[in-house]
Design a protein around this ligand. Structure first.
Ligand code: SAH
Ligand code: SF4
Length: 351
């Protein structure tokens, strides 16, 4: 059985074959994405024999919710089961003016950042485009978000390195943004990469193209190689160079994320170097004080240090401190490792 979620209109046309009326693929596409019918059986505009034959060959392909972990701050971490019984995590973060969904691009991550719990999982496999879109659909459905669709923000900052699964990530972006389907603006989607520089041009050429965030995390080449060993291959110098050539749209800035590690990369000198590195770019910086976890050999700097760092960077470019969400349930940045222990109570799956 194959999943329906993840098919675009041309995939559906190919599936139906040349004998099907031309409008049929669009009808099925809309049933899946616009009307979000979990089962095509309820798409009564389709002929019954077609619904029956599709049900024989295809599953809906939505991930199912294995667990929900509720944070005291309102965030919810989801453990989602995929078709092959692998599981992946996604996080719902309600805010006053908008709701943010943090989704994964891979099961685990092949990149070896030393401050990140997901790195300890290694890579289990890439997610398909349908599994990426399925996280959004499942979390939006479960939290009743479709009515206020314009409030939804999506950040691809969960498990995985999106640029190492780029074809599926870009197909998912096309499905999420299609006006005939889910119709989410690409301005409301951010893809975060650890900086796989050779893939930047391909991302830049994509249409639709989400916003881009880059995990800088260090202020010198050596420091970055220490914290993110993969950057031995993808140098900081080349990354900044590629960012200069990146075709920003008039409304857009590049976001740089910087995880602050106590006494490692959080000094005034680091802050000045960060400002210097990004000086030529239309950019902003999001500071993330380390979210700790078992097996992570770093500490979180105190708030005064974070504020001092921010003040220095701010002299040159916009710089914000990202408030951690869902720390108590292992849902915050870099904490997604399918942690079972959750001090907050589990939400009843069948309320
Ligand atoms: N793989 C992508 C996206 C997922 S990680 C990337 O690295 O960009 C999302 C963000 O969380 C990254 O900016 C990463 O640097 C940050 N992060 C990882 N581990 C963290 C931790 N323990 N505490 C705080 N932020 C962390
Ligand atoms: Fe992977 Fe991002 Fe974690 Fe690095 S920070 S290990 S790239 S998920």
């Amino acid at each position: 059985m194959l999943p329906l979620l993840g098919l675009d209109e041309s995939d559906i046309s190919a599936l139906l074959g040349p004998a099907a009326p031309r409008y049929r693929a669009r009808q099925i596409y809309e049933a899946i994405y616009k009307h979000r019918n979990l089962h095509l059986a309820s798409a009564t505009a389709l002929p019954k024999h077609l619904r029956q034959s599709l049900a024989r060959t295809h599953t809906p392909g939505w991930p199912s919710i294995a667990s929900r972990y509720q944070s005291a701050d309102g965030a919810r971490r989801y453990l989602l089961s995929l078709g092959d019984a692998k599981t992946v995590e996604a996080v719902f973060m309600p805010e006053e003016a908008r709701d943010t969904l943090c989704i994964s691009s891979q099961v685990g991550c092949p990149v070896d950042c030393r401050f990140c719990l997901t790195a300890l999982m290694g890579l289990e496999r890439n997610l398909t485009a349908g599994e990426i879109v399925g996280q959004v659909m499942t979390l939006a459905q479960d939290n009743g978000l479709w009515a206020g669709r314009t409030r939804i923000n999506i950040v691809m900052m969960g498990q995985g390195e999106p640029f190492l699964n780029l074809p599926n990530v870009l197909k998912a972006a096309r499905l999420l943004c299609d006006p005939n389907g889910l119709n989410i603006s690409p301005r409301r989607i951010t893809v975060s990469t650890s900086g796989i520089t050779p893939r930047l041009a391909e991302f830049a050429a994509a249409h639709p193209r989400p916003k881009l965030a880059i995990s800088l995390n260090a202020s010198t080449e050596d420091q970055r190689r220490e914290l993110m060993p993969i950057t031995g291959k993808y140098h900081l110098k080349d990354l900044i160079h590629a960012c200069r050539a990146y075709p920003l749209r008039p409304w857009e800035r590049l976001t740089f994320e910087y995880v602050l590690l106590k006494d490692v990369n959080d000094s005034d000198a680091d802050a000045r170097r960060v400002a210097g590195l990004l000086a030529q770019l239309r950019a902003k910086v999001n500071l993330i004080a380390l979210n700790p976890g078992p097996g992570i050999p770093y500490n979180c700097p105190d708030p005064a240090r974070v504020a001092a760092f921010q003040a220095i960077v701010r002299r040159s470019l916009p710089c914000f401190i990202r408030r951690p969400r869902g720390l108590d349930i292992f849902a915050a940045c870099g904490q997604l490792k399918r942690m079972e222990s959750a001090p907050a109570p589990l939400v009843d799956l069948n309320p």
